[in-house]
Design a protein around this ligand. Structure first.
Ligand code: TYM
Length: 335
Protein backbone atom coordinates (compact mmCIF):
# COMPACT_ATOMS: atom_id res chain seq x y z
CA UNK A 1 0.00 0.00 0.00
CA UNK A 2 1.45 3.36 -0.97
CA UNK A 3 1.09 6.59 0.98
CA UNK A 4 -1.73 8.75 -0.33
CA UNK A 5 -2.82 12.30 0.21
CA UNK A 6 -6.44 11.25 0.73
CA UNK A 7 -8.02 12.07 4.09
CA UNK A 8 -8.00 9.19 6.56
CA UNK A 9 -11.06 7.24 7.63
CA UNK A 10 -11.15 4.91 10.63
CA UNK A 11 -13.87 2.57 11.84
CA UNK A 12 -14.28 -0.76 13.56
CA UNK A 13 -16.61 -3.44 14.90
CA UNK A 14 -16.44 -5.77 17.83
CA UNK A 15 -15.99 -9.49 17.10
CA UNK A 16 -18.50 -10.37 19.76
CA UNK A 17 -20.88 -12.60 17.77
CA UNK A 18 -20.63 -15.33 15.16
CA UNK A 19 -22.35 -13.06 12.69
CA UNK A 20 -22.70 -9.33 12.20
CA UNK A 21 -26.30 -8.14 12.37
CA UNK A 22 -28.24 -6.08 9.87
CA UNK A 23 -27.70 -2.88 11.90
CA UNK A 24 -23.93 -3.27 11.58
CA UNK A 25 -24.30 -3.99 7.89
CA UNK A 26 -26.56 -1.03 7.10
CA UNK A 27 -25.34 1.48 9.70
CA UNK A 28 -21.64 0.91 9.16
CA UNK A 29 -20.40 -1.65 6.65
CA UNK A 30 -22.44 -0.44 3.66
CA UNK A 31 -21.17 3.11 4.34
CA UNK A 32 -17.60 1.88 4.63
CA UNK A 33 -17.61 0.16 1.27
CA UNK A 34 -18.81 3.35 -0.42
CA UNK A 35 -16.36 5.60 1.40
CA UNK A 36 -13.25 3.47 0.93
CA UNK A 37 -12.88 4.88 -2.59
CA UNK A 38 -12.40 8.45 -1.38
CA UNK A 39 -10.41 7.89 1.81
CA UNK A 40 -7.24 6.25 3.02
CA UNK A 41 -9.38 3.87 5.05
CA UNK A 42 -8.51 1.78 8.12
CA UNK A 43 -11.00 -0.90 9.13
CA UNK A 44 -10.27 -2.62 12.39
CA UNK A 45 -11.68 -5.68 14.16
CA UNK A 46 -11.70 -4.32 17.69
CA UNK A 47 -11.02 -7.42 19.77
CA UNK A 48 -9.62 -5.43 22.72
CA UNK A 49 -13.02 -3.77 23.00
CA UNK A 50 -14.74 -7.17 22.88
CA UNK A 51 -13.03 -8.37 26.09
CA UNK A 52 -14.66 -5.60 28.15
CA UNK A 53 -17.34 -8.25 28.62
CA UNK A 54 -16.45 -11.93 29.17
CA UNK A 55 -15.50 -13.86 25.99
CA UNK A 56 -14.64 -17.50 25.45
CA UNK A 57 -10.97 -17.50 24.24
CA UNK A 58 -11.32 -19.99 21.35
CA UNK A 59 -14.59 -18.36 20.35
CA UNK A 60 -12.96 -14.94 20.31
CA UNK A 61 -10.27 -16.05 17.84
CA UNK A 62 -12.90 -17.60 15.57
CA UNK A 63 -15.15 -14.55 15.74
CA UNK A 64 -12.25 -12.23 15.01
CA UNK A 65 -11.60 -14.08 11.75
CA UNK A 66 -15.33 -14.28 10.98
CA UNK A 67 -15.72 -10.53 11.45
CA UNK A 68 -12.76 -9.77 9.18
CA UNK A 69 -14.14 -12.19 6.58
CA UNK A 70 -17.50 -10.41 6.64
CA UNK A 71 -15.80 -7.03 6.06
CA UNK A 72 -14.18 -8.39 2.91
CA UNK A 73 -17.29 -10.29 1.82
CA UNK A 74 -19.34 -7.10 2.07
CA UNK A 75 -16.93 -5.24 -0.18
CA UNK A 76 -13.96 -3.97 1.83
CA UNK A 77 -11.02 -4.39 -0.52
CA UNK A 78 -7.79 -5.21 1.35
CA UNK A 79 -5.82 -3.94 -1.65
CA UNK A 80 -7.37 -0.48 -1.25
CA UNK A 81 -8.04 -0.25 2.48
CA UNK A 82 -6.07 -1.30 5.53
CA UNK A 83 -7.91 -4.15 7.22
CA UNK A 84 -6.46 -5.29 10.52
CA UNK A 85 -7.01 -6.67 14.00
CA UNK A 86 -6.65 -4.31 16.97
CA UNK A 87 -4.51 -6.68 19.08
CA UNK A 88 -1.91 -6.77 16.27
CA UNK A 89 -1.10 -3.11 16.96
CA UNK A 90 0.02 -2.52 20.53
CA UNK A 91 -0.06 1.27 20.09
CA UNK A 92 -3.86 1.15 20.67
CA UNK A 93 -3.47 0.03 24.27
CA UNK A 94 -0.53 2.39 24.81
CA UNK A 95 -2.29 5.52 23.57
CA UNK A 96 -5.43 4.50 25.46
CA UNK A 97 -3.40 4.60 28.68
CA UNK A 98 -2.17 8.11 27.92
CA UNK A 99 -5.71 9.28 27.11
CA UNK A 100 -7.02 7.67 30.30
CA UNK A 101 -4.87 10.11 32.22
CA UNK A 102 -6.50 13.04 30.42
CA UNK A 103 -10.11 11.92 30.87
CA UNK A 104 -12.20 13.02 33.80
CA UNK A 105 -13.90 10.36 35.88
CA UNK A 106 -17.20 12.21 35.56
CA UNK A 107 -16.69 12.72 31.86
CA UNK A 108 -16.32 8.96 31.29
CA UNK A 109 -19.24 8.29 33.63
CA UNK A 110 -21.57 10.33 31.42
CA UNK A 111 -21.26 7.94 28.47
CA UNK A 112 -24.78 6.63 27.95
CA UNK A 113 -23.66 3.32 26.47
CA UNK A 114 -21.61 2.60 29.61
CA UNK A 115 -24.60 3.48 31.77
CA UNK A 116 -26.87 1.13 29.78
CA UNK A 117 -24.41 -1.76 29.65
CA UNK A 118 -23.30 -1.52 33.27
CA UNK A 119 -26.91 -1.33 34.40
CA UNK A 120 -27.68 -4.50 32.48
CA UNK A 121 -24.70 -6.30 34.03
CA UNK A 122 -25.09 -4.87 37.51
CA UNK A 123 -22.91 -1.85 38.31
CA UNK A 124 -20.66 -3.78 40.69
CA UNK A 125 -19.78 -6.53 38.23
CA UNK A 126 -19.18 -4.26 35.22
CA UNK A 127 -15.43 -4.07 34.52
CA UNK A 128 -13.24 -0.98 34.64
CA UNK A 129 -12.48 -1.87 31.00
CA UNK A 130 -16.12 -1.30 30.13
CA UNK A 131 -15.86 2.11 31.81
CA UNK A 132 -12.76 3.14 29.84
CA UNK A 133 -13.98 1.54 26.59
CA UNK A 134 -14.69 4.89 24.85
CA UNK A 135 -11.15 6.06 25.65
CA UNK A 136 -9.70 3.04 23.84
CA UNK A 137 -12.00 3.95 20.98
CA UNK A 138 -10.57 7.48 20.99
CA UNK A 139 -7.07 5.99 20.81
CA UNK A 140 -8.10 3.86 17.80
CA UNK A 141 -9.25 6.90 15.88
CA UNK A 142 -6.54 9.39 16.87
CA UNK A 143 -3.60 7.07 16.15
CA UNK A 144 -4.43 7.23 12.43
CA UNK A 145 -5.15 10.98 12.33
CA UNK A 146 -8.60 10.08 11.00
CA UNK A 147 -10.73 12.87 9.55
CA UNK A 148 -13.88 10.78 9.28
CA UNK A 149 -15.41 8.06 11.44
CA UNK A 150 -18.42 6.36 9.80
CA UNK A 151 -20.60 4.84 12.54
CA UNK A 152 -24.21 4.38 13.58
CA UNK A 153 -26.00 6.86 15.83
CA UNK A 154 -25.15 4.90 19.00
CA UNK A 155 -21.46 5.82 18.63
CA UNK A 156 -21.96 9.58 18.26
CA UNK A 157 -21.20 10.37 21.90
CA UNK A 158 -17.98 8.34 21.77
CA UNK A 159 -16.76 10.30 18.76
CA UNK A 160 -17.62 13.52 20.61
CA UNK A 161 -15.45 12.38 23.52
CA UNK A 162 -12.67 11.58 21.02
CA UNK A 163 -12.88 15.15 19.70
CA UNK A 164 -12.74 16.56 23.22
CA UNK A 165 -9.68 14.47 24.07
CA UNK A 166 -7.91 15.45 20.84
CA UNK A 167 -8.53 19.13 21.51
CA UNK A 168 -7.43 18.79 25.12
CA UNK A 169 -4.20 17.02 24.17
CA UNK A 170 -3.47 19.55 21.43
CA UNK A 171 -3.96 22.53 23.69
CA UNK A 172 -1.85 21.05 26.51
CA UNK A 173 1.01 19.58 24.51
CA UNK A 174 0.88 21.28 21.10
CA UNK A 175 -0.81 20.29 17.86
CA UNK A 176 -0.60 16.51 17.61
CA UNK A 177 -3.95 15.05 16.62
CA UNK A 178 -6.35 15.80 13.82
CA UNK A 179 -9.80 16.36 15.34
CA UNK A 180 -12.11 13.78 13.69
CA UNK A 181 -15.74 14.06 12.63
CA UNK A 182 -18.37 11.37 13.01
CA UNK A 183 -19.98 10.41 9.70
CA UNK A 184 -23.54 9.32 10.48
CA UNK A 185 -25.83 8.95 7.46
CA UNK A 186 -29.31 10.20 8.16
CA UNK A 187 -31.25 7.29 6.65
CA UNK A 188 -29.08 4.50 8.02
CA UNK A 189 -28.07 5.79 11.44
CA UNK A 190 -30.30 3.41 13.33
CA UNK A 191 -31.84 0.11 12.32
CA UNK A 192 -34.46 -1.02 14.82
CA UNK A 193 -35.32 -4.40 16.30
CA UNK A 194 -38.06 -6.15 14.25
CA UNK A 195 -40.00 -7.05 17.41
CA UNK A 196 -39.36 -3.88 19.43
CA UNK A 197 -39.10 -1.25 16.69
CA UNK A 198 -38.36 1.53 19.16
CA UNK A 199 -35.10 -0.18 20.31
CA UNK A 200 -32.00 -0.41 18.13
CA UNK A 201 -31.26 -3.77 16.56
CA UNK A 202 -28.52 -5.28 18.68
CA UNK A 203 -26.89 -8.65 19.25
CA UNK A 204 -27.39 -8.14 22.97
CA UNK A 205 -31.19 -7.81 22.70
CA UNK A 206 -33.14 -9.97 25.13
CA UNK A 207 -34.85 -11.91 22.37
CA UNK A 208 -33.35 -13.11 19.10
CA UNK A 209 -36.64 -12.79 17.21
CA UNK A 210 -36.12 -9.19 16.13
CA UNK A 211 -32.46 -9.61 15.13
CA UNK A 212 -31.43 -10.29 11.52
CA UNK A 213 -27.98 -11.87 11.30
CA UNK A 214 -25.97 -11.44 8.12
CA UNK A 215 -24.86 -15.09 8.16
CA UNK A 216 -28.19 -16.72 9.08
CA UNK A 217 -29.74 -19.10 6.53
CA UNK A 218 -32.38 -17.52 4.28
CA UNK A 219 -35.33 -19.37 5.89
CA UNK A 220 -34.44 -18.09 9.38
CA UNK A 221 -34.31 -14.47 8.19
CA UNK A 222 -37.51 -14.92 6.20
CA UNK A 223 -39.38 -16.11 9.27
CA UNK A 224 -38.16 -13.14 11.33
CA UNK A 225 -39.16 -10.61 8.68
CA UNK A 226 -42.61 -12.18 8.14
CA UNK A 227 -43.22 -11.98 11.90
CA UNK A 228 -41.97 -8.40 12.29
CA UNK A 229 -44.20 -6.17 14.42
CA UNK A 230 -46.28 -3.65 12.41
CA UNK A 231 -49.52 -1.84 13.41
CA UNK A 232 -53.29 -1.99 12.91
CA UNK A 233 -53.62 0.73 10.30
CA UNK A 234 -52.84 -1.53 7.35
CA UNK A 235 -51.46 1.31 5.20
CA UNK A 236 -47.87 1.25 3.95
CA UNK A 237 -46.50 4.70 4.79
CA UNK A 238 -43.53 6.14 6.64
CA UNK A 239 -44.10 7.68 10.08
CA UNK A 240 -41.41 6.99 12.63
CA UNK A 241 -43.54 8.24 15.56
CA UNK A 242 -46.80 6.41 15.02
CA UNK A 243 -45.65 3.55 12.78
CA UNK A 244 -42.16 2.56 13.99
CA UNK A 245 -42.40 -1.05 12.78
CA UNK A 246 -43.48 -0.30 9.20
CA UNK A 247 -41.09 2.66 9.01
CA UNK A 248 -38.19 0.42 10.01
CA UNK A 249 -39.10 -2.11 7.32
CA UNK A 250 -39.29 0.71 4.78
CA UNK A 251 -35.89 2.05 5.80
CA UNK A 252 -34.25 -1.36 5.45
CA UNK A 253 -35.98 -1.90 2.12
CA UNK A 254 -34.91 1.49 0.83
CA UNK A 255 -31.24 1.22 1.85
CA UNK A 256 -30.74 -2.29 0.54
CA UNK A 257 -32.60 -1.77 -2.74
CA UNK A 258 -31.14 1.68 -3.41
CA UNK A 259 -34.70 3.03 -3.88
CA UNK A 260 -35.95 6.08 -1.99
CA UNK A 261 -38.47 5.47 0.81
CA UNK A 262 -41.04 7.39 -1.24
CA UNK A 263 -40.67 5.09 -4.19
CA UNK A 264 -41.00 2.00 -2.00
CA UNK A 265 -44.16 3.50 -0.47
CA UNK A 266 -45.51 4.18 -3.98
CA UNK A 267 -44.73 0.62 -5.05
CA UNK A 268 -46.75 -0.82 -2.14
CA UNK A 269 -49.57 1.72 -2.32
CA UNK A 270 -52.87 -0.10 -1.72
CA UNK A 271 -51.18 -3.37 -0.82
CA UNK A 272 -50.90 -4.93 2.64
CA UNK A 273 -48.02 -5.41 5.04
CA UNK A 274 -47.73 -9.06 3.98
CA UNK A 275 -46.72 -7.96 0.48
CA UNK A 276 -44.23 -5.44 1.83
CA UNK A 277 -42.66 -8.13 4.01
CA UNK A 278 -42.46 -10.60 1.13
CA UNK A 279 -40.76 -7.96 -0.99
CA UNK A 280 -38.39 -7.16 1.85
CA UNK A 281 -37.46 -10.83 2.27
CA UNK A 282 -36.30 -10.81 -1.35
CA UNK A 283 -34.40 -7.55 -1.04
CA UNK A 284 -32.63 -8.69 2.15
CA UNK A 285 -31.79 -12.08 0.69
CA UNK A 286 -30.51 -10.44 -2.49
CA UNK A 287 -28.08 -8.36 -0.41
CA UNK A 288 -27.02 -10.90 2.16
CA UNK A 289 -26.76 -14.13 0.14
CA UNK A 290 -23.58 -13.05 -1.71
CA UNK A 291 -22.03 -11.83 1.57
CA UNK A 292 -22.81 -15.17 3.21
CA UNK A 293 -21.34 -17.19 0.34
CA UNK A 294 -18.19 -15.10 0.12
CA UNK A 295 -17.71 -15.24 3.91
CA UNK A 296 -17.82 -19.04 3.81
CA UNK A 297 -15.28 -19.08 0.99
CA UNK A 298 -12.92 -16.80 2.88
CA UNK A 299 -13.26 -18.84 6.07
CA UNK A 300 -12.40 -22.01 4.22
CA UNK A 301 -8.88 -20.61 3.70
CA UNK A 302 -7.83 -19.22 7.10
CA UNK A 303 -4.14 -19.04 6.07
CA UNK A 304 -4.96 -16.60 3.28
CA UNK A 305 -7.20 -14.57 5.58
CA UNK A 306 -4.42 -14.41 8.18
CA UNK A 307 -1.98 -13.32 5.49
CA UNK A 308 -4.27 -10.42 4.53
CA UNK A 309 -4.63 -9.44 8.19
CA UNK A 310 -0.86 -9.57 8.74
CA UNK A 311 -0.39 -7.31 5.73
CA UNK A 312 -2.92 -4.84 7.17
CA UNK A 313 -1.26 -5.00 10.58
CA UNK A 314 2.08 -4.07 9.08
CA UNK A 315 0.77 -0.83 7.60
CA UNK A 316 -1.36 -0.05 10.66
CA UNK A 317 1.70 -0.49 12.90
CA UNK A 318 3.72 1.91 10.77
CA UNK A 319 1.12 4.67 10.84
CA UNK A 320 0.10 4.20 14.47
CA UNK A 321 3.74 3.94 15.58
CA UNK A 322 4.52 7.35 14.09
CA UNK A 323 1.70 8.99 16.03
CA UNK A 324 2.59 7.22 19.26
CA UNK A 325 6.26 8.31 18.98
CA UNK A 326 5.13 11.90 18.63
CA UNK A 327 2.76 11.59 21.60
CA UNK A 328 5.48 10.13 23.84
CA UNK A 329 7.87 12.89 22.83
CA UNK A 330 5.28 15.62 23.46
CA UNK A 331 4.47 14.44 26.96
CA UNK A 332 8.02 13.57 27.99
CA UNK A 333 7.82 9.80 28.15
CA UNK A 334 11.25 8.25 27.54
CA UNK A 335 11.27 5.74 24.70
P1 TYM B 1 -20.33 -2.22 17.41
O1 TYM B 1 -19.43 -3.40 17.20
O2 TYM B 1 -21.33 -2.27 18.48
O3 TYM B 1 -21.07 -1.86 16.08
C1 TYM B 1 -20.37 -1.69 14.85
C2 TYM B 1 -21.01 -0.58 14.04
O4 TYM B 1 -22.36 -0.88 13.73
C3 TYM B 1 -23.20 0.21 14.09
N1 TYM B 1 -24.51 -0.31 14.53
C4 TYM B 1 -25.68 0.12 14.06
N2 TYM B 1 -25.99 1.05 13.14
C5 TYM B 1 -27.31 1.24 12.87
N3 TYM B 1 -28.30 0.55 13.48
C6 TYM B 1 -28.03 -0.39 14.41
N4 TYM B 1 -29.01 -1.08 14.98
C7 TYM B 1 -26.66 -0.64 14.73
N5 TYM B 1 -26.05 -1.49 15.59
C8 TYM B 1 -24.73 -1.27 15.45
C9 TYM B 1 -22.46 0.90 15.23
O5 TYM B 1 -22.87 2.23 15.38
C10 TYM B 1 -21.03 0.77 14.76
O6 TYM B 1 -20.71 1.79 13.84
N6 TYM B 1 -17.47 1.06 19.82
C11 TYM B 1 -17.76 0.53 18.52
C12 TYM B 1 -16.57 -0.12 17.86
C13 TYM B 1 -15.35 0.73 17.77
C14 TYM B 1 -15.17 1.80 16.85
C15 TYM B 1 -13.85 2.30 17.12
C16 TYM B 1 -15.96 2.40 15.88
C17 TYM B 1 -14.22 0.61 18.51
N7 TYM B 1 -13.31 1.55 18.11
C18 TYM B 1 -13.33 3.38 16.42
C19 TYM B 1 -15.43 3.47 15.16
C20 TYM B 1 -14.14 3.95 15.45
C21 TYM B 1 -18.82 -0.55 18.70
O7 TYM B 1 -18.99 -1.12 19.73
O8 TYM B 1 -19.43 -0.90 17.57
Amino acid sequence: MTETSKPVLFSGMQPSADSLQLGNYIGALSQWTKMQEDYDAFFCVVNLHAITVPQDPAGLVARTRRTAAQYIAAGIDPAKSTLFVQSHVSAHAELAWVLNTLTGFGEAGRMTQFKDKSQKQGTDTASVGLFTYPILMAADILLYQAASVPVGEDQRQHVELTRDLANRFNSRFGDTFLVPEAHISKGTAKVYDLQVPTAKMSKSAESDAGLVNVLDPANVTKKKIMRAVTDDEGVVRFDRETKPGVSNLLTIYSVLSGQSVDSVVAEYDGRGYGDLKKGLVEVVEGSLAPVRERTEELLSDPAELDRLLAQGAERANEVAGRTLDLVYERIGLMR
